[in-house]
Design a binder for this molecule. Structure first.
Ligand code: PLP
Length: 363
């Protein structure tokens, strides 16, 4: 007889990542693929990381600095927080799981806007908690709906800002109002994977918020604006008490030497950071005008991806794109049968997506 799993894991649905470039090349016999399905940053990382990686080679035989000291100091300095208020992880995926492990148990509920980043659901359920979905309202996270959904069992609220897959921003005033009404005993996780891309509206200042509200943990990542997704570096900004518990529970070492050194080099290159943010803004505008000329509705975005409606079946359109060597996400995954989510890439990549769409819509 097989050893039984924990009973509450039985209903766990797997997380579906975007397929790899290699898998699609092989499946369709393509020489190359443009990947715009994972909200990565196709502008590439800072050129400064090349030297950092050479330096890191000298330390291959040693365990990494478990305290992530140099990177921690640089982040603390930029955000105006103490290093004790930071916990690092092997990307935000691992921090989300760690938070679920620390704060959630069977019998608890975790509120998750829907659709949003699907790992919140997997992580909450893996810890035995019941996910409570709150649908978006006009493509925005419904903060009032979340407040209404809070029960004595609610322990964690997952908020992705800007939200993946819709791209909208919860502005600082709206968030402040929401936090005022949220009970102190409920943890609010602000996943700010895309916050660096915000160029309009007032983005909440999470480094200040964690001081005002000890029940907030903000998550940041080096996978998006810094273009280091394969390195796996993310960090949490939290109260000292919460950050300490995260470090205590976490599997060491959280971040490899390569990742620490690459992240530090990328973090120090503000010119490259600004270049990526401004290129992304240009890319957004390219989509706005291209989609408008095709009469496709889109959700205005403050992130590095855009959700738009083609009126065509999203799975079929995604498949057509894949055959043509472009990888993007079908809206059906998020409950939108005629929408697509595409990562904003380099100008020629954005142009290709729009040109191909024109062809699909003509037929
Ligand atoms: C909202 C959100 N949070 C976290 C992640 C994962 O980030 P990381 O690469 O730091 O694990 C993603 C990845 O797409 C994401 O969209």
């Amino acid at each position: 007889m097989a050893v039984a799993f924990k009973e509450y894991l039985r209903g766990l649905e797997p997380y579906t990542p975007a397929p790899s470039i290699e898998a699609i090349k092989r499946k369709y016999g393509l020489p190359g693929v443009v990947k715009l399905a994972g909200n990565e940053n196709n502008h590439g990382p800072s050129p400064r990381i090349a030297e950092a990686l050479i330096d890191a080679q000298r330390e291959l035989s040693c365990y990494p600095d478990m305290s992530v000291g140099l990177l921690g100091e640089a982040i603390a300095d930029r955000h105006g927080v103490r290093v004790e208020e930071i916990a690092f992880g092997n990307g935000s995926f691992s921090l989300i799981s760690l938070i679920a492990q620390i704060f959630l148990a069977p019998g608890d509920e975790a509120i998750i806007p829907s659709p949003s980043f699907n790992w919140y659901r997997v992580a909450s359920m893996s810890a035995g908690a019941a996910p409570a979905s709150v649908p978006l309202k006009q493509d925005k996270i419904d903060l009032d709906g979340i407040l209404r959904r809070i029960t004595p069992k609610t322990k964690v609220i997952w908020i992705c800002n800007p939200n993946n897959p819709t791209g909208g921003l919860i502005e600082s005033g709206e968030l402040a109002d929401f936090l005022k009404k949220t009970p102190d005993g409920v943890l609010v996780v602000l996943d700010e994977a895309y916050i660096d891309y915000v160029t309009e509206g007032s983005a909440p200042r999470s480094p200040e918020l964690i001081r005002k509200h000890p029940n907030i943990i903000a998550l940041r990542t080096f996978s998006k604006v810094y273009s280091l997704a394969s390195m796996r570096v993310g960090y949490a900004l939290a109260s000292e008490e919460n950050a300490r518990m995260m470090r205590r529970v976490q599997q060491p070492p959280a971040v490899s030497t390569y990742a620490q050194m690459a992240a530090l080099a990328a973090f120090s290159d503000l010119d490259h950071y600004r270049y990526v943010v401004s290129e992304n803004k240009r890319g957004r505008e390219q989509y706005y005008s291209g989609l408008a000329s095709l009469s496709c509705a889109y959700v205005p975005t403050q992130a590095n991806f855009i959700l738009f409606d083609t009126g065509l079946d999203s799975d079929e359109t995604k498949e057509k794109y894949a055959r043509g060597g472009v990888l993007l996400r079908a809206g059906s995954e998020f409950g939108y049968p005629t929408r697509l989510r595409v990562t904003i890439g380099r100008p020629e990549e954005n142009q290709l997506v729009l040109e191909m769409l024109k062809g699909f819509m003509r037929k």
